[in-house]
Design a binder for this molecule. Structure first.
Ligand SMILES: NC(=O)c1ccc[n+]([C@@H]2O[C@H](COP(=O)([O-])OP(=O)(O)OC[C@H]3O[C@@H](n4cnc5c(N)ncnc54)[C@H](O)[C@@H]3O)[C@@H](O)[C@H]2O)c1
Length: 356
């Protein structure tokens, strides 16, 4: 007897790394960053609707592995992501990720995807979307400190979403800066390679710190900073891993995604538990002020929150089917008779040939 073919619901669209790369090229990187920023902003506007929890982290001496779940009541999403700064020396990525979107109604997955590339895109889109609310009017120059895997995505998102025209790059490893300069040549951005962080921030209205180190580092100190800048600090995202001197936090107005997570992982882990912060969703909905004046130092203490991944999964689901850039994965056991899971297994035994 032939075993029945899996039902439609058994198949989950899967986006491989190869297909994600094709998809980004098909849509266009600037357009995709802009689209992701719109989806993320939409979800920040309906922030209160989401299930929220600090991500579930499993720390080791070498790094961290994390799960990031959330739901808006209709869809449920999670991301698996790691952070291993020592990986680069072994020829591996510091950050890799994959994720899943499911229907809350049935609990069945509706999308499984690589998220290493998608995380870089969503992180850059989030940073630029936040900066559009906080950066000084007319900001055109960004300092980019840390020129690793995230850096080009950040530069392109700030160009597409905030209209920056110049990037000043610095990394402790000049080879990383040279790589980013090569990758960004032809992007329309004016690029300057710098030898120190001090040199990189000269004339920059926006400063992005995106370094990786498994310890507290001091990439910027308060005396390096003038008035009126916006700092987009995204590299410090783990307990014991920060980038800014605490004096900067005292002088700046600090904006965060989800305080319960940021107080554990962000720059503000260096400050008392009641250190005042503003939640970005409140700025976006108009419930709290963003930048109040030209002299203010604003700081986005970005650690990456599950809602941003959820928005990215939503964006992908909405744009995927028109492209055909996915494979159907036979991922969910879905017998015709829901109580006959065992029968389905037996029909696929040595005697039963699969009909599909
Ligand atoms: N906030 C978020 O949502 C988010 C998302 C993704 C990654 N991250 C974090 O961003 C950081 C960077 O990620 P990546 O994938 O680009 O890592 P990466 O390892 O590819 O690049 C990091 C770069 O920082 C440089 N660096 C280290 N110390 C430095 C210093 N003191 N000054 C200047 N440069 C220095 C390294 O030489 C390297 O080129 C990581 O810590 C990662 O965990 C945050």
């Amino acid at each position: 007897m032939l075993a029945p073919a899996p039902s439609r619901l058994a198949y989950v669209p899967f986006v491989s790394v190869e297909n994600m790369m094709k998809l980004v090229h098909r849509i266009g990187i600037a357009e995709m960053l802009t689209g992701l920023a719109e989806y993320i902003e939409q979800d920040f506007r309906r922030w209160e609707l989401f299930d929220k929890t600090p991500r579930v982290a499993s720390h080791s001496r070498e790094g961290v592995i994390e799960l990031m779940p959330t739901s808006d009541g209709e869809d449920y999403g999670f991301k698996y992501v790691n952070g291993h700064p020592k990986n680069t020396r072994e020829g591996l990525q510091t950050v890799t990720a994959f994720g899943l979107l499911a229907s809350v109604n049935t609990g069945y997955p509706v999308l499984l995807t690589e998220m290493t590339l998608l995380t870089a895109l969503r992180t850059a889109a989030t940073s630029a979307m936040v900066a559009r609310h906080l950066a000084p009017e007319g900001a055109r120059t960004m300092a980019m400190i840390g020129n690793g895997a995230q850096s080009e995505f950040q530069a392109l998102a700030f160009r597409a979403i905030c209209g920056i025209t110049a990037v000043r790059l610095y990394d402790t490893d000049p080879a990383a800066t040279a790589k980013a300069m090569r990758n960004l040549a032809g992007s329309g951005l004016t690029l300057t390679a710098c030898r120190t962080a001090e040199e990189a921030i000269l004339g920059a209205e926006i400063i992005t710190t995106c370094t990786a180190d498994k310890q507290n580092a001091t990439i910027l100190t308060d005396n390096m900073l003038g008035a009126g800048v916006h700092i987009n600090a995204i590299g410090g995202d783990c307990p014991g891993k920060t980038e800014l001197h605490p004096d900067i936090l005292s002088r700046a107005d600090v904006f965060v995604e989800y305080p319960e997570q940021t107080r554990i992982e962000g720059e503000i882990q260096q400050m008392p538990a009641d250190f005042p912060v503003t939640e970005m969703w409140q700025v976006i909905t108009g419930a709290a002020p963003g930048r109040r004046d030209a002299a203010q130092v604003t700081l986005f203490d970005g650690v990456g929150f599950a809602v941003e991944d959820f928005s990215a999964l939503r964006y992908l689901r909405d744009h995927l089917h028109a492209t055909g850039l996915f494979q159907d994965l036979d991922m969910i056991a879905d017998p015709d008779d829901p109580r006959d899971l065992f029968g389905m297994l037996m029909r696929a035994g040595p005697e039963g040939a699969h009909a599909a």
